[in-house]
Design a protein around this ligand. Structure first.
Ligand code: NAP
Length: 364
């Protein structure tokens, strides 16, 4: 890519915003031009605005320390005029986020969003780039609705599903129709934008509730499995997903324990499942996108792997780890899977989606 795209980060002081800064500070295609957050941060140099909230394991990159944070809601037009597109990860009410993201899109500034607000807007593609890149083809329809030439919204799916959906989707596409999926997720505290310092209640504790997470974990996969019909993406009516989501005392990394049943008892052998995972390549691998993991799905043969602390950073936190595949007494198989929630599941997944959109010409 010869051209470098100027980008803005909306919600730059948050947990996901900090990840964006780390991922984009030396990105080959993207140049951080604008940082924006709430009125609390606006007008301050970034290092002062983020202050003690900075919780990455590297220092704030020098290139962004002195950037004066803009006001994400008041400066929409100005920000749109300065950048080629924005990443958005803000903690606001859903209807406020919907409105804010549409304002950027209507100001002809594409939005690549981490927020859930538009995930079920029928002409907004919700893309996990290795699985359903073809859904970006809905963008011209969305532009028609918004009355824009360049502006549109694209979203990435929730962090909780970024282990089990990547594991199951390729098996389904290989002809083994997935019928029922039961999953329990064991989710890191950074998924709530928190650290052990800011959420001491989580030390030595498990909280068996994450607001809205089970619904997202059951519903969002159906849009990924869905298909474009005219001016909308229609959700698939299968597989059936049921989920329980637990918050566990882990800084980063969401683990999932998965049970799967195939249609009509037509199940792959264990070796066939392993081969599908080993050989699967999506658009990011084929296009050699800068943030794409070389090996997307990684199976660990050891009984006690993958482990959150050991494996969450595999391929810069963009690869999926799978293990413990075995037959089950009630379903066909069970296995575990692991993904990094703020990398693959949030900022990294959004950066990969933006790379795909650039490669396809949607950001020109
Ligand atoms: P966070 O750490 O609480 O950060 C929130 C950000 O939103 C901050 O930059 C904050 O700015 C900004 N903000 C809050 N109120 C605002 C307002 N009225 N106007 C403009 N900006 C405002 O949250 P997070 O964990 O990064 O999550 C952000 C989004 O990403 C959420 O929608 C979340 O659901 C989603 N997400 C998070 C994860 C994860 O693993 N954490 C994964 C996937 C998706 P100030 O600092 O100025 O207050």
């Amino acid at each position: 890519m010869e051209k470098k795209y100027n980008v803005g980060i909306i919600g730059a002081t948050g947990m996901v915003g900090q990840r964006f800064i780390c991922l984009l500070a030396n990105h080959p295609w993207f140049n951080i031009k604008v940082l924006a957050a709430s009125p609390r941060s606006a007008g301050k140099p970034y290092c002062e605005a983020v202050g003690a909230k900075w919780c990455m394991d590297v220092d704030i990159p020098d290139s962004v320390k002195d950037i004066v944070v803009m006001n994400a809601t008041d400066d929409v037009e100005k920000i749109a005029s300065l950048v080629d597109f924005v990443f958005c990860a803000v903690d606001m009410k859903k209807d406020e986020i919907k409105y804010l993201e549409e304002r950027y899109a209507k100001a002809e500034c594409p939005v690549v969003s981490n927020n859930s607000a538009h995930r079920h807007t029928p002409d907004v593609p919700m893309v996990l780039p290795e699985l359903n890149p073809e859904h970006t083809a809905i963008i011209p329809e969305q532009r028609k609705r918004l009355g824009t030439k360049r502006g549109f919204i694209a979203v990435k799916p929730n962090c909780s599903l970024q282990g089990y959906v990547p594991a199951l989707f390729p098996v389904d596409k290989a002809g083994y129709t997935v019928k029922d999926v039961l999953v329990c997720t064991y989710q890191a505290i950074s998924g709530a934008g928190k650290t052990f310092e800011t959420w001491p209640e989580m030390v030595d504790n498990v909280i068996p509730f994450i607001g809205g997470e089970e619904e997202k974990s059951e519903k969002e996969p159906l849009k990924i499995w869905g298909s474009i019909n005219g001016s909308v993406i229609e959700d698939s009516t299968r597989p059936n997903f049921t989920a329980q989501c637990l918050r566990v005392p882990v800084s980063n990394g969401h683990m999932g324990a998965v049970f799967v049943r195939f249609e009509d008892g037509k199940k792959p052998t264990k070796d066939e499942m392993l081969k599908i995972w080993q050989e699967y390549k999506g658009a990011p691998q084929k296009l050699n996108l800068p943030s794409a993991p070389k090996q997307f799905l990684n199976y660990f043969t050891e009984d006690n792997m993958p482990q959150t602390k050991l494996n969450r950073n595999l391929e810069n936190g963009m690869a999926i780890s799978i293990g413990r595949l075995r037959e089950d007494t009630q379903f066909d198989y069970k296995f575990v899977c692991l993904s990094h929630n703020t990398l693959r599941g949030a900022a990294g997944g959004a950066v990969l989606l933006a790379e795909l959109l650039c490669a396809e010409g949607y950001m020109d």
